[in-house]
Design a protein. Structure first.
Length: 320
């Protein structure tokens, strides 16, 4: 006597897909390959699947909305309480599981994984070996790829791109046209936006902000309530922290540190082992380098140079 094949329950009004006899076992769950019962045509006229085309694997009918154009294809797998809705596509070897949601026009493909309570929406793309989990969101036209990971309550929005081995977590937010790549890590409540770029082994955390074409790279760190903006660059082993502000094309590099309420603006440079802190302000084309320290309420501007083991402090204004 032939044993009857078990199939998950399917609704009478589901004219979109049916289960085939092909199954796989994953995480002690049985997933079933689907087959299109009709042509599935996107709103833009794109053919998503033809009647009779095999799809990917799902655990139950509830994993794929049958009232929409959403589709799971190739060897992609959707299981648990995860859902693919609207015009979203999951394909290649991608996995969506837990209570994750992929909807609107979003795409998850390659070997990407989306799980826990994560959501991918709008026109966002997650691909390569990227992972999105916990309560993270990737939306609008954002892209996450390579081996990048986004988790916690982090958000990747607009046209932002996160790739290579970058990690975004906690409540961090990457938006606009910002890019985070290499082995960069963004976490806590940090924000990277505008056309800013954080790359290589850089870290941005705390409540720090990096924006408007600013760059943080190499092994640099920006943290606490620090701001790096408007074409400024922080690189090598430099640190910008506390309430410090580095903007307008300024360069901070070497082992330099900018902290306290210090400002470094315009095209000023601070490098070597220099320190700028308290309420000090460095601006114009001034350079601070060597083991120099500038602190308290000092203002350095023009083409001034402070270097060696010099210490400038008090209420001094220096201009050259």
């Amino acid at each position: 006597m032939t044993e009857k094949m078990f199939f998950p329950k399917i609704s009478e009004d589901n004219d979109k897909f049916e289960f085939t006899g092909e199954t796989i076992t994953l995480c002690n769950r049985t997933l079933y390959r689907i087959r299109a019962k009709r042509d599935i045509i996107g709103k833009d006229g794109e053919v998503i699947a033809r009647k009779g085309d095999l799809g990917g694997f799902i655990e139950s009918e509830g994993n794929l909305d049958y009232h929409s154009n959403a589709w799971v294809s190739d060897n992609a797998q959707v299981f648990g309480f995860a859902k693919v809705l609207d015009d979203a596509l999951v394909y290649d070897n991608a996995q969506v599981y837990g209570i994750a949601r992929v909807y609107d026009h979003a795409k998850v493909f390659g070997n990407a994984e989306v799980y826990n309570f994560a959501s991918i929406r709008d026109y966002a793309k997650v691909y390569g070996n990227a992972k999105v989990f916990d309560y993270a969101i990737v939306s609008r036209d954002a892209e996450l790829y390579g081996n990048a990971m986004v988790f916690g309550k982090a958000r990747i929005l607009d046209y932002a791109k996160v790739y290579n081995y970058a990690i975004i977590y906690d409540n961090a937010e990457i938006r606009d046209y910002a890019e985070v790549c290499g082995n960069a890590i963004i976490y806590d409540n940090a924000k990277v936006y505008g056309h800013a770029q954080v790359s290589e082994n850089a870290k941005v955390y705390g409540n720090a902000k990096v924006y408007n074409f600013a760059k943080v790279y190499d092994n640099a760190q920006v943290y606490d309530y620090a701001v790096v903006c408007d074409h400024a660059q922080v690189f090598e082993y430099a640190r910008v922290y506390d309430n410090a502000n580095v903007c307008d094309g300024a360069l901070i590099y070497g082992n330099a540190m900018i902290y306290g309420d210090a400002w470094v603006h315009d095209y000023a440079r601070v490098f070597g082992n220099a320190r700028v802190y308290d309420n000090a302000k460095i601006q114009d084309y001034a350079k601070i380098y060597g083991d120099a320290e500038v602190f308290e309420d000092v203002v350095i501007y023009g083409y001034s140079r402070i270097y060696g083991k010099a210490k400038v402090h008090g209420n001094t204004d220096l201009y050259e």
